[in-house]
Design a protein around this ligand. Structure first.
Ligand code: DAK
Length: 275
């Protein structure tokens, strides 16, 4: 993939060529597409770096008013972190990557001063759901399925999922999703308040754009301050992110984690040793 800029309303000094994300800016609406369809848009390090770079390029670009994040194809938003890649991380690497990821991608999206809408067009699992939860608002297509399957791999959510899921849907529902590792469908996600709306897949992009246009009638500056204020209200629990990072790293040293990721890659059910 490559970056396509539409020069309708502005120019971007240096378009960045990227492998796994595609950024189109049209009439103030930036659409960022995670584009690794063969791996169901799974997040490897390269993709995360590119997402971070894309947001940095939009930060001070007055031509960008609202950002829509979505996945390429009709099957997945993002099916999680790239299991092939993270199966081999050590505990220290796990914590370090979690910390870097928090700062450069997930927190920076949550703190982005312009509205960020996630258009969830299919599976949003693990790191994929965490990415959608870092956005300010979520809309889903009716075929979307969401979950945090990490415990089925012997690990915990490591990109803010232990914090943002309970913030959005409450502690009991969040822990049920984390313990069961099961996916919920779009209707349940709507019922939980995890997404703001559910629409047929063919209407997803238009619905997100309409929402963006609605936001753009209002003050972008004021919305930036609103984001800051809403996020500040969550800070009391901010230490939870540090605990997540540490615990996430610890998981990588367990036999359960080694078995969990190995089983996925070998396409079989894990037999957790429980240590
Ligand atoms: N990573 C790598 N490859 C993936 C993938 C993933 N997460 N998800 C799918 N793929 C690949 C499949 O391996 C398959 O590749 P080939 O076998 O064709 O080479 C291809 O995408 C198509 O997938 P399937 O054949 O499995 O498609 P199905 O329709 O049968 O199933 C599915 C769709 C979404 C139910 C299934 O693909 C699935 O269960 N995917 C894995 C979901 C999952 O467990 N995701 C990971 C959750 S854990 C970290 C911080 C956070 C995290 C990690 C690290 N650090 C700070 C280091 C977060 C962890 C997670 O996200």
């Amino acid at each position: 993939g490559s970056v396509i800029y539409n020069y309708y309303t502005h120019t971007v000094k240096e378009p960045i060529q990227m492998e796994n994300v595609q950024l189109t800016v049209n009439e103030g609406i930036a659409t960022l597409v995670i584009n690794r369809p063969k791996q169901l848009n799974a997040l490897n390090k390269q993709t995360l770096a590119e997402i971070s770079e894309a947001f940095e390029s939009m930060r001070n670009d007055d031509g960008v008013k609202v950002v829509i994040m979505t996945g390429s194809g009709e099957k997945a938003f993002v099916a999680g972190a790239d299991i092939k890649e993270f199966a081999n991380f050590s505990g220290v690497q796990g914590s370090e990557l979690a910390k870097t990821g928090h700062m450069t991608v997930f927190n920076s999206i949550e703190e982005f001063s312009k509205p960020v809408i996630a258009a969830i067009n299919g599976f949003a699992l693990g790191g994929g759901l965490e990415l959608a939860m870092a956005a300010h608002v979520r809309i889903a297509s009716d075929n979307a399925r969401m979950g945090l399957p990490e415990t089925s791999l012997g690990v915990i959510p490591g990109y803010g999922g232990t914090q943002r899921l309970p913030q959005l849907i409450g502690k009991g529902r969040a822990l049920e999703m984390i313990f069961s590792a099961k996916m919920i469908d779009a209707a349940t996600a709507l019922n939980y308040g995890l997404v703001n709306a559910v629409v047929p897949q063919e209407a997803l992009q238009a619905t997100a754009e309409n929402m963006a246009l609605g936001f753009m009638k209002n003050s972008i500056v004021a919305m930036g301050y609103a984001v800051e204020a809403v996020n500040a209200g969550m800070l009391e629990g901010a230490i939870g992110y540090d605990v997540e990072v540490q615990a996430f790293g610890d998981c990588f040293e367990t036999a359960d984690f080694k078995e969990g990721t190995k089983a996925f890659l070998e396409k079989r059910k894990p037999e957790f040793p429980g240590s």
